[in-house]
Ligand binder design. Structure first.
Ligand SMILES: Cc1cc2nc3c(=O)[nH]c(=O)nc-3n(C[C@H](O)[C@H](O)[C@H](O)COP(=O)(O)OP(=O)(O)OC[C@H]3O[C@@H](n4cnc5c(N)ncnc54)[C@H](O)[C@@H]3O)c2cc1C
Ligand SMILES: NC(=O)c1ccc[n+]([C@@H]2O[C@H](COP(=O)([O-])OP(=O)(O)OC[C@H]3O[C@@H](n4cnc5c(N)ncnc54)[C@H](OP(=O)(O)O)[C@@H]3O)[C@@H](O)[C@H]2O)c1
Length: 249
């Protein structure tokens, strides 16, 4: 069930937010999936899910995590140094992947990735593959954080803009301080006031849109309601739709 992984590098984005690169042979996975990391704390095994930021085919795994105040595992992960060991599940899992989305005429042409905080990670993994660029006319990442320092991987996101200038749109929301390149409201507010659609020039509707929501459960619930009001429905294997969600807690 668990293999020993070794931290090969780390990056600190703020005093709470960090990325770890870990050498661990977990075999194949699909972009968007998560891996469990684990430690035995006071004789009790604690295992938690972390989305993979790296795309398939890399010889390491990478996670983006926030140290939750009084959390059981995440502060310990934040304390790991290069060379330290951490238990890693043998296989990644999860269904928030592009191959679970409808094919053919139900596919839609605009793929919306909507993330708060660390949930930008799985979308970065997907965008580092060919899949979204080959399958959709437009790919829009809406990324909401509290403060500017919480905008992890911003350089890489700007590189996607350079690499896919016609296809990719990056929309940032920074809610607790002003930032020139970002909206200052929460993501659902940007849907309600129409700013998201006007900034991107793209309408959200049931025939054109596929929407993946990941991260804060409050954001996901509010967005699901707003999207339902626009006629979108949850995507299920037995009944294709336009909304896919992954709540982090
Ligand atoms: C499918 C899936 C994928 C996940 N991927 C990631 C990831 O890529 N990066 C990541 O940091 N976390 C991710 N999480 C959350 C992660 O599994 C842990 O819950 C988190 O690290 C807290 O664990 P803990 O033991 O420190 O806290 P616990 O002692 O278990 O406390 C949990 C509480 O912390 C808060 N919380 C949990 N996760 C977050 C978070 N990411 N942001 C804000 N508050 C949170 C909630 O209030 C929750 O009730 C994911 C969860 C799921 C279900
Ligand atoms: N210094 C610290 O102690 C510190 C700092 C950062 C993080 N943390 C820890 O890290 C955890 C995660 O913080 P995070 O910043 O990564 O994630 P987060 O709390 O989910 O915030 C990320 C973004 O989501 C927004 N949001 C929150 N609830 C929402 C809702 N119901 N609907 C729509 N948008 C919503 C936030 O807006 P708002 O700004 O309006 O809430 C913010 O823009 C915290 O729970 C805390 O434990 C601690």
């Amino acid at each position: 069930m668990w293999i020993e992984g070794q931290v090969v590098s780390r990056q600190d984005w703020s005093d709470k937010l960090f990325s770890l690169r870990i050498k661990a042979d977990i075999g194949d996975f699909i972009a968007g999936q998560f891996i469990k990391l684990s430690q035995v704390v006071d004789d009790k095994r604690i295992g938690r899910a972390y989305s993979l930021v790296n795309p398939p085919g890399t010889d390491y795994i990478e996670i983006l995590a926030v140290a939750v105040n009084d959390g059981q595992l995440s502060p310990n992960l934040q304390a790991l140094e290069v060379g330290d060991s951490i238990d890693v599940a043998t296989k990644a899992t999860g269904f928030m992947t592009l191959d679970e989305l409808p094919k053919n005429e139900q596919k839609g042409k605009h793929l919306w990735f909507i993330a708060t905080g660390t949930a930008v990670g799985p979308f970065i993994s997907m965008m580092a593959t060919n899949e979204p660029w080959q399958s959709y006319d437009k790919v829009i990442l809406v990324y909401g954080v509290r403060e500017v320092q919480d905008l992890a991987y911003l350089q890489l996101l700007k590189q996607f803009e350079v690499d896919h200038p016609e296809q990719f749109k990056l929309v940032l929301s920074v809610t607790r301080e002003p930032f020139a390149d970002a909206f200052n409201q929460r993501i659902p507010e940007l849907v309600v006031n129409g700013e998201l659609e006007s900034k991107t020039g793209i309408n959200i509707n049931s025939s054109d849109s596929q929407v993946m929501l990941c991260g804060n459960p409050g954001m996901i619930s509010e967005m699901q309601q707003l999207l339902t009001d626009k006629g979108l429905v949850k995507n299920l294997r037995r009944a294709p739709g336009q909304i896919t969600v992954e709540k982090y807690w």
